[in-house]
Design a protein around this ligand. Sequence first.
Ligand code: ASP
Length: 588
Amino acid sequence: MTATAMRTHRCGALRATHAGQEVRLGGWVHRRRDLGGLIFLDLRDRDGIVQVTLGPDWTPPEVMERAAGVGAETVVLVKGVVALRPETARNRELPTGDVEVKAVDLAIAGRASTPAIPVARVKGEELPAEELRLLHRHLDLRRPELQRNLALRHRLLQRARATLSALDFYEIETPILTKPTPEGARDYLVPSRLHRGEFYALPQSPQLYKQILMIAGFDRYFQIARCFRDEDLRSDRQPEFTQIDLEASFVAPEDVYAVVEAVLTALWEEAGETVSGGFRRLSYREAMESYGTDKPDLRFGLAISDLSERFRGRGFDAFDSALASNGKIRAIRLPGGAVLSRKEVDALIAEGKAAGASGVATLKREGDRLSGPLAKLEGMTAELAELNDGDLLLAVAGPDSVALPSLGRVRTAAIARLKLQPREKHVFAWIEQFPLFERDPESGTLVFAHHPFTAPHPDDVPRLMAGELEQVRSLHYDVVYNGVELGSGSIRITDPELQRKVFELLGLSRDEAEARFGFLLRALEAGAPPHGGFAIGFDRVVMLLAGAESLRDVIAFPKTTAARALFEGAPTAVDPQEIAELGLKVLP
Ligand code: ASP
């Protein structure tokens, strides 16, 4: 199906079986080499590269002359005959390496000026700086790596669609010009020309639309949804990104889990990996207590343990005072950690401190010898600390809110530093029963941990009503893969009174809640089925499966970390006339 009026094959598709055939190709000149009267062109297209050879014995002189002048990245049309290369000239590194195309004609279709950045690289040659590549994205996208990444992205998208469609989900599009939906970030606003002083918001997610589709009876919805969040700069975020967004009615969390597992296992399989569903499940509390993070990398053991009772009253003031104020002594044992140098151990301690620990105490066992500050504790033995030969123990005392995240950071850093080998290649897990509220790190006040449509855990509704907010768990869940969050979702509030109560807790007056979310409240009052859903961060999934280092390597036209589109130049100033038409004024 790749044949057109202009070409018979794609360059990268030619194999030994095509030998003897006359072909017409179109492609980009990847490299040109002139050798002893012959001209070799590596001709590249989406499928790969094939060698085109021109020589005086089979190529007319005027064609030789034309070919001698073509520069890199020029688009040419070639007519020639596929020939088996002599045994010694075969190239094992190219799928087309058994053949070459002996050209009888060559036409220049699109002459390229000298490329601002090279597309062809010799092995090991570094890429140009990323800013430069984004500025010349049309050239950067020609790189075989990016061509492969976007081809994979396409296949994964088709697989997600097919999987959800087979599970009886409807693909339904929701608006891009919307009313703000809070997902915890700032909205991109779009001023209305027809209604001065009024604004649309670009969707942070299709959250409310998908809930309303459930209320309207569509039962199962999905969308490959573009979402927009105006966040401060972070290296691994894009202001616009793609989610595989879904919602289903009459479901409990495990029903949503089954659907998401089906999609994720299909995507991994599409990328050539074998994984199975039935992901592990951990409550948020278990994840925090064992790994100090809600995104634990479960390919490694290294669980945090509670040594409070073992280390109590052994003459170490920092420990005893932490225990006296209801704290705990939490610790992590690193098998083989005794080999780390003083400097390396200090780097781990610094990680713990950066996460808030006032100190990280260590104990090392080498043979029968214990060393480190904890060796001085009264009655300290290897058995008491449960240390094997070669182990290093790192302990933090304090409230769990500090000790656990600190040890979580130490654990992640230690895995990297010790270059530990994972016990399994792929570990997916559900993290569930997140708290409904969390403390805002800046203001210290309690805020919703996720969006305000998340249902509280049914057992905790009385606590919510009584205002014991910190104790309230939710029906929010995340999927974590090898320490990376792939997405999240929840069961939703369907009782309009409960939803009103939650808006009230958010600090919205009845009138404000009505103005902002009246449409949702009216929909809930019209009879809502129990429903819940999920959103998979698709860009991140593609990045992981492509083995890419950056989200920008799996998005055709990404923004920089400063939210700029360098290639086309956005955002950009606009004609003052247009701004005036919108009824706006730009402040200096
Ligand atoms: N709307 C949520 C998000 O974008 C996902 C969900 O709750 O389904 O993260």
